[in-house]
Design a protein around this ligand. Structure first.
Ligand SMILES: Cc1cc2nc3c(=O)[nH]c(=O)nc-3n(C[C@H](O)[C@H](O)[C@H](O)COP(=O)(O)O)c2cc1C
Length: 160
């Protein structure tokens, strides 16, 4: 069984969560590919990032792995920005092909928690639009990300 974990990160929290998910799957016998989305043209300012995410502006993403058909499970990870997934993840989710009938997981890390359910809900909508068979959701607060034991338990509950 093969899993793809695609994520975006700026300050490392979502990368840590992606790694913990990867580790869990690997220990369950999955072959795991992890990919970090690079978006070279994101605004530098907090406000600029918020505006781009909130108004769902597409962005340039450097990725050559938009075809996800070889995978049994595809996991999409994003920080919450202004109640939304980051532009790079939104763009990637719109562009990726081969999700029909796939198992998927949308996961986010967040700060205050404001808008995290809306963000996950919007990611789920995009995956269902692409006819994913199963959409699981996971969210972890940035304050908890280094508490690997608790995070691993959450991952296990969701992916069991
Ligand atoms: C531009 C911007 C907007 C954010 N908006 C939200 C938000 O609406 N709700 C929330 O709970 N956290 C918000 N955060 C906090 C991030 O989601 C959180 O720090 C996340 O873990 C960062 O992930 P990263 O370390 O992978 O980049 C925001 C952070 C940034 C930089």
């Amino acid at each position: 069984m093969k899993a793809l974990i695609v994520y975006y990160t700026e300050t490392g929290n979502t990368k840590k969560l992606a790694h913990l998910i990867g580790e869990y799957l690997h220990n369950q016998g999955w072959a795991v590919d992890e990919r970090w989305l690079h978006a070279p043209h994101e605004p530098k300012s907090f406000f600029g990032k918020c505006l781009k995410a909130f108004f769902r502006v597409r962005t340039k993403v450097e990725s050559t792995f938009v075809v996800v058909s070889p995978y049994d499970l595809v996991c999409f990870g994003s920080p919450v920005w202004a109640f939304e997934p980051v532009p790079a993840m939104r763009t990637y989710m719109q562009d990726c092909v081969g999700l029909l009938g796939k198992r998927t997981l949308a996961f986010v890390t967040y700060g205050s928690g404001m808008g995290k359910d809306r963000c996950l809900g919007n990611m789920a909508k995009m995956l269902k639009k692409k006819e994913a068979r199963e959409v699981k959701l996971l969210s972890v607060a940035s304050a908890d990300i280094n508490n690997a034991g608790t995070v691993k338990e959450e991952i296990q509950k969701i992916l069991v």
